[in-house]
Structures are given as structure tokens and as C-alpha cells.
Design a binder for this molecule. Structure first.
Ligand code: EPU
Length: 435
């Protein structure tokens, strides 16, 4: 079983290139199912979640051609399947984004059947808002025995109005995809505003859709008859960039985090500055530098443009090394998303979790230990902890990290980190968990 072995204490220096956004890619690949023609997708991250989705698309009958490591051509013209066959269930149950295939198949064929999705285990992850939205478009959606069955009355979805009771990235994306070719106009209110929502809208529009308002809390979609092929370059990954920024802040040093949209990083940069980390915005990069002591602060995660929940574990690690008391409050996931704290305590962290908040008393220095990646972002947080710690840290279950970070080991090594991926026998069985 692969592990990361990290000898902590090396400051990071140099430049890192951020890859394309995972949560945009996992929406846009299924959305390509709506397109009759060739979609050329550029700046696609090379991670196992996109690999899984491309394998599912191939199985459904799409022609998938890798042009280079970050460019793929996806031709779904001849796809006819509206049901995920049993050979695919293991894959659709592994990742969260597989439920976008429901919106896409419903939009294209008027029928869809797949398994319930998987994803990181943050407690209960309901899909009631997806169902509410697809139902507003005239679909009959049923879930039973771990499957989702949906069909559109008369074989084609019809535009409708929906107000999301909870701001949901996934529900916003699923409804946008389905509505792109529905008959008439759809209005979705109280939608998510994350950068990947805007990216999906831009992708759909460049394939001939009419989606307006993405980035605000109301999205209006005028359904078109069909979507055509085209070329689209994905945005850079906000969370990968934030993770590297946190890594520099934790380990010390000075790094140019390149190929980013600094605006998407505002809430992260602001918090880092509060903590005595220098962050300077360029056109498509940020310079991050830390050589003084970290200052404590309080953080509450919120939907965009608030502080991202997907940066919560990485930021908590950083707060562990800030002398004084900091409070991290999880405002998106009700389950709290603090499972990884038990791992961090093995490294000497002083944290008490009460419901949705973690109370962190900064320590002089974390110490190396063997810890596991509880999920994707928690795994990235363990890597950051290892970079900052004294001694050797081994991070197990790295398969979760590789679902969302392209070559994290290679990128950190190029910045001077002492980190290696080694194959060692596993000490205990792993759990399922992803994005
Ligand atoms: N929610 C409902 N009903 C629904 C859908 C969501 O109550 O029908 C609730 C959830 O329980 C949660 C909140 O709404 O409390 C937000 O959930 P959301 O639907 O926004 O999350 P998601 O779409 O399942 C995506 C990302 C997550 C990220 C969240 C929040 C993907 C594939 N996943 O999940 O990313 O944490 O948005 O920003 O886009 C990750 O990348 O590590 C990751 C977990």
C-alpha cells in the first residue's frame, strides 16, 4: 500500500503550477454527455476522479481521446445508454460527481438510472435538493435500494422554477445540466456561486446553451434544442492553490503559486494575511511568503465567496502552529467534518471539537507520526502537518489524496520538500471516501 513519507522542517521555495479545477472537471465531463459533437477540454486535472469519470463515459459509448496530459477530446454523439450498467456501479458508487450523469442523461434522453453516489464521508449527504430541482423540470425521480430512477413526462424535460432550500453546489450543477436542453425557461434561485458553477455555465454556453446569472444567486436558463461541440479550457483549482498556500504558510519559505485566478483565492489570502503570512496578488499568480511566527485567528466556512469548507482541514493544521487560541467553525457540513482531528492529535495538536467548532490551542511544533488520510482534503491537511512537523510523518490511505491532487508529491519535491511516495504493507483496512 502506498504511503507518503515526509521528513518535516524544510521551508518551501520556488514556483508551483496549479492544475485545472477538480470540481469543475467532474461537472463538465458528465455535462459533455449532453453534447452531440466533439468537446475538447483543456486544463483538465490528471487525478483519479476525472480518470474514473472518463472510464464511465467510455463505457457509455463516448469516444475519449487523450491529446496530452491535460487535454481530452470527448465525443458523445453516439451515446445511447440512459442506464448505468452493473459493471459501472462500483465506480459510480465511489465518487460524488457520478450523480451529474442523472441530470445529463435525463436532459439528453428523458430517462436516467444510476446508483446513489459515493464521496467523502461527512455524515449524511442528502440529495433532496437535486430531486426537488429535477422534479420542477417535470421529471419523476425515485430512489430505492441504492439506485436513482428518473424519467421526464413526455420524454423531454420542461423548464420550471425552483428555489433551493439549501445552497448546494451539486444540486445547482445537476439542475443546470438538465435544464440546458429542457423545453422553455428555467429559473433556479438561492444557487451556489462557486467558481466551478460559473465554469460549468461558461462550458455549456460555449457549446450553444443559454445560461445566465452564474456567479449570482439566481441562474436563468433558456433551453436550447441541442448542444454542439467546441473547445473549452477549465479554470485553475481554487482548493489546490489554497492547499499550496497553506503548505508554504505552515512550512515557511517563499513560493509563487502560478496559474491561478487570484480573485478566487481572496478569502484564503485574507485569512493568511491575518495570520502574518505575506500574500501578494499578481495577474495569474500569488506570491506567498512566511518567515515570522503565525498569529491565531477564527475561521468559519461558508458557501462561496465565504471561506471554503474544502480548505477547512488544511487551515486547521496551520492554526495548530499559531501561538494562542483559534476557533475553526464548519458552516457547510452538518456532520462537522472534523474526523481528521484524531489523526492530528497523534502529532501533538491541542484541539477540542465541540459540535461544529474546533478549539485550537497552538503548540510550539507538531511532531511526526503515522497518520491516515480520512478523506481527500483531510489527507492534504496531513501532508501539510507533516511538512511543518519535527521528525518523520507517514501518511496512509493516500488514494484519497490522489483523487483530487495532481502529482502532489512531485510538486512539493520541486519546492524542496522532503517527501516520497513509498510502497509499504498496510497496517489496517482502508475506508471508502472521495470528493
Ligand atoms: N445538501 C442538502 N441537500 C441536497 C444537497 C446538499 O441538504 O440535496 C446540503 C449538504 O448536506 C451540505 C450542504 O447542502 O450540508 C452543501 O452541500 P453541496 O451540495 O454544496 O455539496 P456537494 O455538491 O455534495 C461539493 C463538492 C465538495 C464540497 C461541497 C461544498 C464536488 C464533487 N464536491 O459537494 O467537495 O465540499 O460542494 O463546497 O463538487 C472536495 O472537493 O473535497 C469536496 C468534498
Amino acid at each position: 500500500m502506498e504511503k507518503y513519507v515526509i521528513h518535516g522542517g524544510q521551508p518551501l521555495h520556488g514556483q508551483v503550477e496549479i492544475s485545472g479545477a477538480k470540481n469543475a472537471a467532474v461537472a463538465i465531463i458528465p455535462a459533455a454527455l449532453m453534447v452531440r459533437g466533439v468537446c475538447r477540454l483543456e486544463n483538465l486535472p490528471e487525478i483519479s476522479d476525472t480518470d474514473t469519470l472518463l472510464r464511465i463515459m467510455t463505457f457509455l459509448g463516448a469516444r475519449v481521446t487523450m491529446i496530452n496530459r491535460s487535454t481530452v477530446e470527448l465525443d458523445c454523439t453516439h451515446v445511447q445508454m440512459d442506464t448505468l450498467p452493473s459493471q459501472m456501479w462500483d465506480m459510480t458508487r465511489r465518487i460524488r460527481a457520478s450523480y451529474y450523469l442523472i441530470g445529463a442523461m435525463l436532459g439528453r434522453f428523458g430517462r436516467a438510472r444510476s446508483t446513489m453516489p459515493g464521496g467523502c464521508n461527512f455524515g449524511v449527504r442528502p440529495i433532496d435538493q437535486h430531486i426537488k430541482g429535477l422534479t420542477a423540470l417535470g421529471a419523476d425521480v425515485r430512489t430505492s435500494g441504492g439506485f436513482i430512477n428518473a424519467s421526464a413526462a413526455g420524454g423531454r424535460l420542461k423548464g420550471g422554477s425552483v428555489y433551493l432550500d439549501k445552497v448546494s453546489v451539486g444540486a445547482t450543477i445537476n439542475i443546470m445540466i438538465a435544464a440546458a436542453t429542457a423545453e422553455g425557461r428555467t429559473v433556479i434561485e438561492n444557487v451556489a456561486r462557486e467558481p466551478h458553477i460559473v465554469d460549468l455555465a461558461n462550458f455549456l454556453n460555449s457549446m450553444g446553451a443559454d445560461v445566465r446569472g452564474a456567479g449570482t444567486d439566481v441562474i436563468k436558463i433558456r433551453g436550447v434544442k441541442s448542444l454542439h461541440g467546441g473547445t473549452y479550457a477549465l479554470i485553475p483549482d481554487q482548493i489546490e492553490a489554497g492547499t499550496f498556500m497553506a503548505a508554504v504558510a505552515a512550512a515557511g519559505g517563499s513560493v509563487k503559486v502560478a496559474n491561478v485566478i487570484p480573485k478566487h483565492l481572496d478569502c484564503i489570502s485574507t485569512k493568511l494575511r491575518e495570520m502574518n503570512v505575506e500574500v501578494e496578488d499578481g495577474d495569474d499568480y500569488v506570491l506567498v511568503r512566511r518567515d515570522g511566527p503565525l498569529h491565531p485567528t477564527n475561521v468559519k466556512t461558508k458557501p462561496y465567496p465565504g471561506f471554503p469548507t474544502d480548505m477547512q482541514p488544511q487551515m486547521t493544521v496551520l492554526l495548530c502552529s499559531a501561538p494562542g487560541v483559534s476557533v475553526m467553525t464548519e458552516g457547510v457540513w452538518n456532520g462537522g467534518r472534523f474526523k481528521y482531528v484524531a489523526e492530528l492529535k497523534k502529532m501533538g495538536a491541542n484541539i477540542e471539537v465541540d459540535d461544529q467548532s474546533a478549539f485550537i490551542q497552538g503548540v510550539d511544533r507538531l511532531t511526526g507520526a503515522t497518520v491516515r488520510a480520512c478523506d481527500l482534503r483531510a489527507g492534504a491537511a496531513m501532508v501539510i502537518a507533516g511538512l511543518a512537523a519535527q521528525g518523520v510523518t507517514k501518511v496512509e490511505d493516500v488514494v484519497f489524496i490522489e483523487r483530487g491532487y495532481q502529482d502532489i508529491v512531485g510538486k512539493l519535491r520541486a519546492l524542496g520538500a522532503d517527501i516520497a511516495c513509498v510502497d509499504e504493507p498496510e497496517e489496517r483496512p482502508a475506508e471508502e471516501s472521495a470528493g
